[in-house]
Ligand binder design. Structure first.
Ligand SMILES: Nc1ncnc2c1ncn2[C@@H]1O[C@H](COP(=O)(O)OP(=O)(O)OP(=O)(O)O)[C@@H](O)[C@H]1O
Ligand SMILES: [Mg+2]
Length: 1016
């Protein structure tokens, strides 16, 4: 059974093109859109979504599909369908009434309802009249409103349909108010296809837009999977679907069949096979023969390798393959060939006889053994391992698998390495004397697999390998080895079961008492400090101190760096961030010197986290960005890289640079990060931005998605992920004006989460919870029947608990302090919310002072959004105190901040307050601080891109540095060129230097990787 997604995923860009084409204001825009795309990519879904919207906007939609009946089976099929639809609606007479003179006998050729055909007219005259009548009919229909004429599947268009279509499109400019949309399968457009010249000809007309509908990108493909399943997929499932369907929605649907256990079809589903093989079966026999061989070779295959495997000489091979390229089954490049879609290859491969399989894979393995140069450098041994395995040549598979695993390890391809090691272990019992063949014991393969799994983030699998290894080992004989394995297993399990983690680590520590193996004991101690004991308690401090001394003595730099990192974390939590930063600097130096990239990345993550907590947003983002670049170098883009994306986006959100933050988040999501928490945190951040911009639907979607991610597995309650999620929920309910639900969400957070343990994330939540109290109290007081006594009581109860909590929670660093001031002010406001709306309240002056203090704190650390909110609250309090001047001043400053942020809800609030107090709100827009900060009207992001352009960097390079997609960079670059009025990057760079654009701003935008900044 196939299920479709209830909503259209992605495609915003394409819908915008179609909308623009329909918009009456855009007469000069395209009025014909030709939409090409491979089968199943979503042409019909896109246009049906569009036509539904068009109908809703009052357009008449006429749909006709071409049918596959050989080229000249059914003339005018789509137009016949259109006429039939019209006759059903208006009656034959109604249609006749629309035509000049009511003459319809030419239409009778298409539909018998129109009576007898005119036998007197010659064929060609009748045909010409039919064309004119169709044109007239559309013209008349358009008089009463816009018309969309949709011709689907034009790759099957018969000759007559093609002629009529060409006729209509060429006369399109006199057809005011008619939008013609044509869809066709571009993959069927082989060189001699009869529709091809027509499309080429039409495409040259200025009012015709050609659109090639691409496959979904990774992010949207993942979203589609989630929509179809109705839940967030396991990362491995999402990976597999994307690998095989390559973003084709139909293939995604087909592969996700509901009746297969793994959630994914094993082979190519029968329902797809015909679709995939149609074009293959039309090819000459010798071509098909070569394709069968190629299908065993992989998605991309070099010409020389295929020649070696088939034994054909160059010319013969080229001749055999030419029809496959012409038919769009293969695409050719300088090196060789690729299947247009991986599933075509799979379908061909599935069709092979079992004997063919073995024979072909054996030939591939042998060819690669004889000449490793047939594949890119470093790949031969890995490919060979695959072919021996597929050929069921067990010993060959074992030996080459082991060598290939080492090769993958050298290339930092951790996931691939793990797969190969898994295969070696799978073959272990089937190959006699496996140990002799590869020169390593099963135990050491298991050990290696467990460690690689940890790097690759495959925790569950890794823990299994570690357990299997522990069964093979005698702790009495090899205590150190056993201790390290226990430690590895503990770290692999740290996300699931705390008791097991502590048990493993304690057992490990017992195996390495002081004086036996310094390095191993140090490693276990650090792990214990981090995961085993009461977080950051005195026991942990002592353990880290001992570990540091031992690691130093043993010369183990990686452990030394990790211990320093742990010390820094302990310092940070006791409120000493300056010292914490210093320790992190030491840790970094040690790790860099030793080339220990795992601790190095952890240091960077913590460093940017600490800086962000200190209100040093710019530096926090810079450090994290530089860390991402290193993560990519180490093959960890999807794990550490995506985690660091949070650390880039978070400061950007703080700085009010929401567009940039959104770009970073989108790019990180497109990498489909392997850890759930990361994906959830990214969603929460984008939900936050959406909320502040007034996109409640978007914020709601992010919230649901983040919740779904967290709901998936048993996870420890990581406060830094759960508290912001709860905060988003409360704020969303407030924005939706559901005070009772907001209050319930706040109470739930208070009850469920250990807020006191994590002030950094709890302070902002507390402030928002106080707002929920205020809203609920006001709602209860406004309830005319006075029924809602319980709501008021609940609100009062929660406020008391929040206050108690705030009294016991420290506020470390300027960001937490700003949040605490905000909470205090919100709590005052909440306490006053139940009072009658008297114009002057005794508490108003205190509230005003409190919000002013909060605003000053936000101003000091440069966070425009909470600053603007505090100013609005201050204005509100000033008004309650009867002080219009103070209110006006604060509203004006708030408006100046909120406007460039695009914080619509806040702008609305400002306008309402201003109106009610008859204040001129927005002030002089000319002196907007943000606009003044960047020259030439460039946005902050564009300015940053320009700096890199001026440095002579390419788009992909800029994309990597800013952690955004290359496509986004190219959009920025064209905007920059337009704003600067220059034609090229070179000119832009020259102008930037001439204008000395970067002189003043130096130090602000400059990327200073790994520079530490002390508190000012
Ligand atoms: N953007 C999308 N979001 C959600 N579902 C989609 C999307 N695009 C396509 N689908 C689903 O994928 C399947 C195939 O899409 P569709 O029929 O539109 O493809 P097509 O390009 O018209 O293919 P064909 O060339 O065979 O007509 C449908 O079930 C459709 O609902
Ligand atoms: Mg279709």
């Amino acid at each position: 059974m196939r299920t479709a997604s209830p909503v259209l995923v992605g495609r915003a860009e394409q819908l915008a093109v179609l909308d623009a084409a329909l918009a009456p204001a855009r007469r000069e825009g395209p009025s014909v859109v030709l939409i090409g795309g491979e089968a199943g990519v979503g042409k019909s879904r896109l246009v049906s979504e569009f036509t539904a919207r068009a109908r809703g906007a009052g357009a008449r939609v006429l749909t006709g599909g071409c049918v596959e009946l050989g080229t000249d089976g059914l003339p005018f099929a789509p137009f016949t369908a259109v006429l039939r639809e019209l006759v059903r609606e208006l009656g034959a007479d109604g249609v006749a009434g629309l035509l000049p003179g009511g003459v319809t006998h030419d239409f009778a050729r298409l539909l018998p309802e129109f009576g007898a055909t005119d036998r007197d007219a010659g064929e060609s005259v009748a045909r010409a009249r039919l064309f004119e009548q169709m044109l007239a009919l559309l013209e008349r229909l358009a008089e009463s409103g816009p018309v969309v004429l949709l011709i689907e599947d034009a790759h099957w268009a018969d000759r007559s349909t093609r002629d009529l279509l060409a006729f209509l499109v060429s006369r399109q400019q006199i057809l005011d108010g008619v939008l013609i949309i044509v869809t066709y399968r571009s993959d069927e457009m082989h060189r001699t296809h009869p529709v091809r010249p027509l499309l080429a000809e039409l495409g040259r007309l200025s009012w015709v837009e050609r659109m090639e509908l691409p496959r979904l990108d990774r992010r949207h493909a993942d979203e589609l999977v989630a929509r179809i399943l109705g839940r967030e997929p396991e990362p491995s499932l999402a990976d597999d679907v994307y690998r095989r369907a390559e973003g084709n929605p139909l293939f995604v649907e087909e592969l996700l069949c509901s009746d297969c256990d793994s959630g994914l079809a094993a082979g190519v589903p029968a329902s797809l096979r015909d679709l995939l093989l149609v074009s293959v079966r039309r090819l000459p026999d010798e071509t098909q023969e070569v394709l069968r061989a190629a299908s065993a070779g992989g998605q991309h295959i070099r010409h020389a390798l295929l020649a070696a495997v088939t034994g054909l000489d160059d010319d013969v091979l080229t001749r055999a393959l030419r029809p496959a390229v012409a038919a769009n089954v293969l695409t050719a490049d300088a090196q060789g060939y690729a299947f247009r879609h991986g599933l075509i290859r799979e379908a061909i491969l599935d069709d092979l006889m079992p004997g063919d399989h073995t024979r072909l894979h054996t030939r591939f393995a042998e060819a690669l053994g004889a000449d490793p140069g047939l594949v890119p450098p470093g790949r031969a041994v890995i490919e060979q391992a695959h072919h021996w395995y597929a050929a069921h040549e067990l010993t060959g598979a074992l030996v080459s698998g082991w060598r290939a695993a080492a090769q993958a390890g050298r290339a930092l391809a951790h996931a691939e390495q793990l797969t190969l090691l898994g295969r070696v272990l799978e073959l272990w019992d089937k190959v006699p004397d496996a140990e002799q063949w590869i020169g390593a014991s099963q135990l050491s393969v298991l050990e290696q697999a467990a460690r690689v799994a940890r790097t690759a983030g495959e925790n569950e699998r890794g823990a299994k390998y570690a357990s299997a290894a522990l069964k093979e080992i005698d702790p009495a004989a090899e205590p150190v080895r056993a201790a390290l394995l226990l430690e590895t297993r503990a770290l692999l399990r740290k996300h699931s079961d705390t008791d097991d983690v502590v048990a493993d680590l304690r057992a490990a520590l017992d195996l390495v008492p002081p004086g036996v193996a310094d390095a191993a004991r140090a490693q276990v101690l650090v792990a214990l400090a981090k995961h085993g004991w009461q977080l950051r308690g005195p026991e942990a401090s002592a353990a880290v101190d001992e570990a540091l001394a031992l690691a130093r003595r043993a010369g183990d730099a990686a452990t030394q760096a990790t211990a320093l990192l742990e010390l820094a974390v302990i310092r940070y939590y006791s409120g000493d961030d300056t010292y914490a930063l210093e320790l992190l600097g030491l840790a970094r130096a040690v790790a860099e010197r030793a080339g220990a990239y795992e601790p190095l990345l952890l240091v960077v993550i913590n460093e940017s986290h600490v800086l962000e907590g200190m209100g040093q947003h710019e530096q926090a983002a810079d450090v994290a960005r530089a860390g991402i670049a290193s993560a990519e170098d180490y093959g960890l883009a999807r794990s550490s890289g995506a985690l660091l994306a949070i650390n880039v986006a978070e400061p950007l959100v703080s700085l009010g640079r929401w567009d940039e933050a959104t770009e970073v988040i989108d790019h990180a999501m497109a990498l489909s990060p392997s850890k759930r928490n990361i994906r959830a945190a990214l969603r929460v951040l984008s939900g936050d931005i959406a909320l502040r911009r007034g996109d409640l639907a978007g914020a709601g979607e992010s919230l649901t998605a983040a919740r779904a991610v967290h709901g998936m597995g048993s996870y420890t309650r990581h406060s830094q992920y759960h508290i912001p999620l709860a905060q988003l929920e409360i704020e969303l309910r407030l924005a939706e004006e559901k005070p009772a639900e907001a209050l319930a969400a706040a109470a739930d957070a208070d009850e469920r989460l250990d807020l006191a343990a994590d002030p950094r994330y709890s302070w902002p939540l507390l402030a928002v919870a106080a707002r929920a109290v205020a809203a609920a109290t006001a709602a209860a007081a406004g309830d005319a029947a006075g029924r809602d006594g319980t709501l008021a009581a609940q609100a009062g109860g929660l406020l008391a608990r929040l206050r108690a909590l705030s009294a016991q929670m420290p506020a470390l660093g300027p960001v937490q302090q700003a949040n605490r001031l905000t909470f205090s002010a919100e709590a005052l406001r909440a306490a006053a919310a139940g009072h009658s709306a008297a114009a002057t309240r005794p508490d108003a002056a205190a509230t005003l002072a409190a919000f002013d203090a909060a605003a000053a704190a936000w101003g000091r650390i440069g966070q425009p959004s909470p600053l603007a909110v505090a100013l609005v609250r201050a204005a509100e309090a000033a008004l309650a105190a009867g002080d219009r001047d103070h209110a006006a001043d604060r509203l004006r400053r708030a408006a100046e901040l909120a406007d460039p942020l695009g914080a619509r809800p806040l702008m609305d609030e400002i306008a309402v307050l201003a109106r009610s107090a008859r204040i001129q709100p927005a002030g002089d827009r000319a002196d907007r601080s943000a606009a003044a900060a960047t020259p030439l009207g460039l946005t902050a992001r564009e300015f940053e891109v320009l700096r890199l352009v001026a440095d002579g960097r390419s788009n992909p390079d800029i994309a990597a540095r800013l952690f955004i997609s290359a496509k986004t960079v190219s959009v920025h670059v064209s905007n920059i060129l337009a704003k600067m009025g220059v034609a090229s990057r070179g000119e832009a760079a020259a102008a930037a230097h001439r204008l000395r654009l970067f002189d003043a701003a130096d130090g602000r935008v400059a990327a200073v990787p790994f520079s530490r900044t002390a508190r000012p």
